[in-house]
Design a protein around this ligand. Structure first.
Ligand code: ZN
Length: 599
């Protein structure tokens, strides 16, 4: 029904007048021209400090333009996944991306080969004001490279080596299907991509059937998948050795701009307080009437959303606005501006890609949020999450680009903060029914044990696997053993005696992402840090918000430890900090346990 409640369509016209329009084509042509010019300059840098500074500044401006066009194309493909002309330009821009990566590598090695004195002259240049952190990281990255010739060989070989293993995983699993007998007795061939949704169904018989039937392809292909995972880890370990990187965690930690000490402190605190998330699982098991959970129960809601009337887009926006404005007026005003400027895409339409994201242009200083609104509370929470991300970019607008790129570890703090403001507003809203509140608490508990048990479990597995892989190929049986051990270590007795999933190493796509390694602990970090920030906000009220904004504005120009120390005065290497963040879960946990007792 077309009414004022139809979810918003976004506008991208302030970025380009249209795909294929004259301004768009000119912009493309200029990028191609300028990458050549910049490459020529980068190749003759040697130890010419003023020339290095000039290339850094030019690369920054070039990256803004490349990012602008990339974000535009990303928006268009998400909006219409079948537009072939847009797809062709996306493929084209990925080659330009590769060029800019090579350019950065050339610059990084130039910085790495400078003497300490010469390098200090470079960073002291007024043209690089506030870019010191980024430039130091470039030099550090350069110091961890092989010679330019070997790096270039590695990049070429990785296309058919490292990344080919990842593509093999995608190809193999993309076609996977399994035969499943549904609880009503009918049989169906189900694509593997549906398995996770089936395992999130409230009907336990459905989850159980999907889990057991869905194990077959993973067992059938275990040898191939283990070869892929061994190949990925083996390639990385060889490259680390050649680059003089002593430990396999060094690169993911560098990417996350955090120290090993902080990681250890966080993991220690999780082990110390592991009973908190385990209590959430025990309560869920009690609701389900089983002594513990099976692996296939972990993502299932134990308290389903009540059958209330559908939420309209206008109601969802009004609720988010109300929660934001009451707790954080600037965030509320920003959200209203996003709506007024048509920066949010939410309309359900055929051809749209599923999922949600926030993107933006450093060139236009504008953000965009992409999602599809299906009239559920869950979608409203997604809206608050993505607007939280957008607000982070908005706070960083005054910063130069080389001071505005934050690591994955710090990326999810603002989004979780936005989400928590909404959820907290809902929980204290008298208009919300007890049934909805119980459902929201159940969701919060699902998230808590996913972040505090499941993701740390993936880290434990990966760490054990990389340690053994250094001595040679790890066979299938050992992979499954390591996986089972990691699950027992984190879940303890909250998983039934036969409730582990030994094949999770084969199933979980994150292990096969070749662009990032250890795609797990940064999530835990972001989750816990946002819990800590929100707990501080609740304790201190509005006077905390300027410090929150100081935190956001520093995220692209310092390490995680420095950002948190300077903005919050906290020490990330101290397990006590993480312990406090974990304990922030307790009030919701107790409320959840009360509900469980009352049922
Ligand atoms: Zn997010």
């Amino acid at each position: 029904m077309p009414s004022s409640s139809a979810p918003d369509r976004w506008s991208l016209e302030s970025w380009f007048s249209g795909f294929g329009a004259a301004d768009y084509l000119d912009f493309k042509a200029a990028l191609v021209r300028d990458v050549e010019v910049l490459r020529a300059k980068a190749e003759v840098l040697a130890d010419d400090c003023p020339a290095i500074v000039a290339v850094i500044v030019e690369l920054e401006a070039f990256s803004d333009r490349l990012g602008h066009l990339s974000a535009y194309l990303g928006c268009l493909t998400a909006d219409d996944a079948n537009d072939e002309a847009v797809k062709a330009d996306e493929a084209w821009i990925s080659t330009l991306d590769a060029e800019s990566v090579k350019l950065s590598a050339t610059l990084q090695s130039a910085l790495a080969s400078l003497s300490d004195d010469a390098f200090e002259t470079v960073v002291a240049d007024p043209a690089l004001e506030n870019a010191t952190h980024a430039v130091r990281r470039m030099r550090e990255a350069g110091q961890k490279q092989m010679s330019a010739e070997l790096e270039s060989l590695a990049a070429d070989l990785n296309v058919d080596g490292l990344h080919a293993w990842g593509r093999l995983y995608d190809t193999l699993t993309g076609k996977m299907e399994f035969e499943m007998t549904f609880p009503d007795g009918h049989q169906e061939t189900v694509p593997m991509s549906r398995r996770r949704a089936l395992m999130s169904e409230p009907d336990r018989r459905l989850r159980e059937a999907a889990f057991h039937a869905g194990q077959k392809p993973w067992n059938d292909h275990a040898v191939t998948l283990s070869a892929a995972l061994n190949g990925i880890a083996g390639t990385r370990l060889s490259l680390y050795g050649r680059r003089g990187i002593p430990h396999f965690l060094d690169t993911p930690l560098f990417d996350g701009a955090m120290s090993r000490d902080s990681l250890e402190a966080m993991l220690d605190a999780i082990q110390t307080h592991i009973e908190l998330p385990r209590r959430a699982i025990r309560a869920a098991a009690k609701l389900q009437g089983t002594p513990a959970l099976h692996y296939f129960d972990l993502e299932a809601p134990q308290i389903s959303p009540p059958d209330e009337k559908e939420l309209t887009w206008d109601e969802a926006c009004a609720t988010v606005d109300h929660a934001f404005s009451a707790a954080y007026p600037k965030l509320g005003a920003y959200f209203r501006e996003m709506l007024a400027q048509r920066w949010i895409e939410a309309q359900p339409r055929a051809g749209k890609r599923p999922g949600a994201f926030c993107t933006g242009s450093q060139l236009k200083h504008e953000e965009r949020v992409y999602m599809t609104f299906h009239k559920t509370v869950h979608d409203m929470v997604t809206l608050a999450h993505e607007v939280g991300h957008a607000w982070h970019s908005c706070v960083l607008r005054p910063a130069r680009s080389f001071a505005a790129n934050y690591p994955m570890t710090l990326a999810e703090t603002a989004s979780n903060f936005g989400e928590m403001i909404l959820l907290n507003g809902l929980m204290s809203d008298s208009g919300i029914t007890p049934a909805t509140k119980a459902h929201l608490l159940d969701q919060e508990m699902l998230r808590a044990h996913a972040y505090l048990i499941n993701i740390p479990m993936r880290y434990e597995f990966e760490k054990a696997f990389y340690t053994e892989r250094a001595a040679g190929e790890v066979p299938v049986s050992r992979m499954s053993e390591l996986m089972t051990e990691a699950q027992r270590k984190l879940y303890g007795d909250t998983l039934l005696p036969d409730g582990t999933d030994p094949m999770f190493w084969a199933y979980k796509m994150h292990f096969y992402i070749t662009g990032v390694s250890f795609y797990n602990f940064p999530y835990v970090f972001g989750y816990l840090l946002s819990q800590a920030l929100f707990a501080r906000f609740q304790a201190e009220g509005a006077s905390f918000l300027p410090r929150y904004e100081a935190f956001l504005s520093m995220t692209g120009s310092a390490t995680c430890e420095e950002v948190v120390k300077r903005s919050l005065g906290e020490d990330l290497t101290d397990p006590a900090f993480w312990g406090t963040a974990l304990k922030a879960l307790e009030p919701s946990l107790v409320a959840y346990e009360d509900i469980v007792r009352g049922r």
